[in-house]
Design a protein around this ligand. Sequence first.
Ligand SMILES: NC(=O)c1ccc[n+]([C@@H]2O[C@H](COP(=O)([O-])OP(=O)(O)OC[C@H]3O[C@@H](n4cnc5c(N)ncnc54)[C@H](OP(=O)(O)O)[C@@H]3O)[C@@H](O)[C@H]2O)c1
Length: 241
Amino acid sequence: MTTLTGKKIIVVGGSSGIGFGVAAAALESGAEVVIAGRSAEKLKAAEKRLGGAARSIVADMANEADVARLFDQAGAFDHLVATAGTPPPNYPIGEADMAFVRGFIDSKFTGAVMLAKHAVRTLNKGGSMIFTSGINKDRPPVPGGSVVAAVAGSFTYFARALALELAPTRVNIVSPGWVDTEMWDEIVGEAKTGYFDQMAARLPAGKVAKPADIAPAYLYLMQNEFMTGETIHIDGGQRLV
Ligand SMILES: NC(=O)c1ccc[n+]([C@@H]2O[C@H](COP(=O)([O-])OP(=O)(O)OC[C@H]3O[C@@H](n4cnc5c(N)ncnc54)[C@H](OP(=O)(O)O)[C@@H]3O)[C@@H](O)[C@H]2O)c1
């Protein structure tokens, strides 16, 4: 395992949820952290919550000019972590809103391709890229889960191919189960507590994760030089039930 002390980590999606948890854990491990997201306001609030120790850059990963500028401004770096995402489409297939579907795919998947495309220019030797998929590929919501399942599932194969193409740069995926983040406030609002209580009772782990439960999977993938082309599932046993 390598140390993260002095390593520069870019967290796209670092202003909230899982990405914020990774940023906080990486800072604690001695890394230099750059967080990115679309909202300057959210980034500033996150910088404050991180004790002023991280730098932030406004960038929309669905916009290639933004992605190129992000890496120009961040400079040479060691690890890319992409957790950025928005609530997925949840329409039954016969009612799919195609503009929403295209927007989701453009941001989540095409955005990841653009991050990889531009990251290679400034990623230091010995570095890695980590993208985020999720439990929806294994336990898709019904109805309406087909698009998010396909997009999340595609990351495993994206990483396997990219790990070969970019070797010795390592490319991996973290696939979280349910995590208590701001995204759920947007999806279910006040119903969140009831949803989470029900889910916690079903999960072998007996609880819904906090971002701090998920962050160590990203740190492990950054630090273990023998991990590449892999998907780590960290879902409290949700795939078993
Ligand atoms: N929470 C869960 O239960 C769970 C489970 C499995 C998988 N996941 C996946 O994990 C990822 C992170 O989820 P989360 O719960 O941490 O969400 P979150 O709390 O809503 O955080 C999302 C982060 O991504 C940023 N972001 C969104 N769209 C972006 C874009 N186009 N370009 C740049 N940044 C963007 C947001 O900032 P701005 O809005 O300012 O851009 C924010 O910092 C998502 O892809 C989600 O599908 C989550």
